[in-house]
Design a protein around this ligand. Structure first.
Ligand code: URA
Length: 429
């Protein structure tokens, strides 16, 4: 077959900062999917994009080409509006767990096609698999039936959604080309648009535990994704949220499920509840319920009822005891004072090294491993007071976990002002 373009021409054009034509981008993605464009060519092109960027039209073309590499799902005819949420990922980010059943308790369908963790950010499916019997796989018919019946489903994304993105993302992971706004935005939005949701709320994080350290970069990513969603007919809103400290008091798998259940019972750490409610309010508004009161549904048990049905529908036992780590080690405060910093990245890396996360795709995770925090940024602490407990099934992992968390906590003399950092920094629509 005669090919319409040459991969080298497209790599060179991007290297020389030229704008690529729509048919060139579509050919590149299609030829990569067919194996005509080699991995090293696609990686070189991704590096050229990382260095030289893409304009809005090019990003839209790339997104649509990746959507067209696979199947498009639809939730039309479900009898409920569908609203989805996506987080760019962070340390202790368990918000999907309480959020999906909470929003579904108002009659909105929440399809959460989720992934597994890689590196220091955890995966929603890894967390839920610590519940005895729970299964991540739902075929499209079962997903639809669960959404019609229970309203919420958190399940594994099938391989048919944007397969070109799947291959490109794996390549980027090993070639230093992840941190590119056009590539991240098109990767996330191709999967979300292919999934067929009518509306989408994005939680775009910035700070040490996030992809984007700088809030200005996170804002650009959020604006790019909102534009992509809007151009594709998916009403999209983004919240920019702080990820410089871990969310809540737990980072791991089973311990994050436990904390999510506390939030569903009307309690839990204030920041986890605050972000759950902020995202729920946006999702409810997009689902046509701007005046709904999500806090009431956490406090009166409606959200918990949907959680229990959602877990049971996928084979899980919501009453089963969660796994408990065999080994624990407590880190204490070295001085009296005020906790000035609690670095999210350090806590995330510690949890990962303790066994809560994986270094390579396909590796098993320990469900009981992780880090439980006993104080939050801004708290007054005393020398000897526990700051964090490291949990693992494998004592050989403790030294590396300890090494990671060693610099996480900064204690300043009592009375030092701790600058306020709002959890939700901005809203982009
Ligand atoms: N998540 C994705 O799905 N893709 C990226 O490129 C980055 C994060």
């Amino acid at each position: 077959m005669t090919e319409a373009f040459d991969a080298v021409d497209l790599i060179v054009a991007k290297r020389e900062r030229r704008t690529l034509p729509t048919d060139g981008i579509r050919w590149l993605v299609d030829a990569f999917t067919r194996g005509v464009v080699a991995d090293e060519q696609m990686a070189a092109w991704a590096m050229a994009v990382l260095l030289n960027g893409m304009d809005r039209r090019e990003i839209r073309d790339l997104t649509l080409a990746m959507i067209d590499s696979g199947e498009r799902m639809t939730f039309e005819g479900l009898g409920r509006p569908t609203v989805d949420k996506h987080s760019t990922g962070g340390v202790g980010d368990k918000i999907t767990l309480p959020l999906a059943p909470l929003v579904a308790s108002f009659g909105i369908a929440v399809p959460q096609l989720s992934g597994r963790g890689l590196g220091h950010t955890g995966g929603t499916l890894d967390k839920l698999e610590s519940i005895a019997g729970w299964r991540p796989d739902l075929d499209p018919a079962a997903l639809r039936a669960q959404l019609a019946d229970v309203g919420a489903a958190i399940c594994a994304a099938g391989g048919d959604l944007a397969p070109a993105d799947k291959r490109l993302y794996a390549l980027r992971d090993t070639t230093g080309t992840v941190e590119s706004i056009p590539l991240i935005a098109s990767s996330i939005m191709s999967k979300k648009i292919a999934e067929g949701t009518a509306a989408l709320v994005l939680d775009v994080k910035f700070g040490s535990g996030a992809f984007m350290r700088e809030s200005a970069m996170a804002e650009e990513l959020a604006r790019t994704m909102v534009a992509l969603g809007t151009d594709a007919g998916v009403t999209t809103v983004a919240l920019l949220t702080d990820m410089s400290v871990p969310l809540g008091l737990t980072s791991g798998n089973a311990i994050e499920v436990e904390e999510s259940v506390e939030v569903l019972a009307g309690g839990g750490p204030a920041d986890v509840r605050e972000l759950t409610l902020a995202l729920a309010a946006e999702m409810l508004a997009l689902g046509g319920l701007p005046d709904a009161d999500p806090a009431a549904a956490l406090d009166d048990g409606r959200a918990m009822d949907v959680w229990r049905r959602m877990i049971r529908a996928q084979g899980g036992d919501p009453d089963a005891a969660l796994p408990v780590a065999r080994e624990r080690h407590t880190v204490v405060a070295e001085a009296d004072g005020v906790l000035l910093e609690q670095d999210a990245m350090a806590v995330g890396v510690a949890a990962w090294r303790l066994g809560a996360g994986r270094a390579r795709q396909g590796e098993a995770v320990q469900h009981a491993a992780g880090v439980r925090l006993h104080a939050k940024r801004g708290d007054v602490v005393r020398a000897g007071q526990p700051l964090a407990t490291l949990l693992t099934d494998d004592p050989g992992r403790l030294p590396r976990g300890l090494e990671a968390i060693a610099g996480a906590h900064v204690i300043a003399p009592a009375g030092t002002p701790v600058p306020e950092r709002p959890l939700v920094a901005a809203r982009i629509a």
